[in-house]
Design a protein around this ligand. Structure first.
Ligand SMILES: [Zn+2]
Length: 95
């Protein structure tokens, strides 16, 4: 392959979504084309970055739901405490 493959082909190659024969063509082109090799390297880094971002995002989502659960628990606790304190249960008077 003397001409450079279209960018979309490189994108799919970087994403590992290119079928065998096409991937072979891209690979054999990359050996002789520094421009495409460089582009692919950037694409690979972008993929890694994207994956890290996705991991961070899901970690934050998990943390977010934990925080929401914690704050609703805290709210329940506060409400219960204040209602108990306000009523002053009978078990308190006879102590
Ligand atoms: Zn090229």
């Amino acid at each position: 392959m003397r001409r450079c493959p279209p960018a979309t082909l490189l994108d799919r190659y970087a994403a590992g979504a290119l079928p065998g024969p096409d991937a072979d063509l891209v690979e054999s082109h990359l050996v002789g084309c520094a421009a495409c090799a460089d582009r692919l390297e950037r694409l690979g880094m972008a993929q890694d970055l994207l994956e890290q971002l996705r991991d961070a995002e899901s970690a934050r989502a998990e943390l977010g739901s934990d925080l929401a659960a914690l704050s609703s628990l805290q709210q329940w606790f506060t409400t219960t405490l204040s209602s108990v304190a306000g009523r002053g249960g009978p078990w308190m008077e006879h102590e």
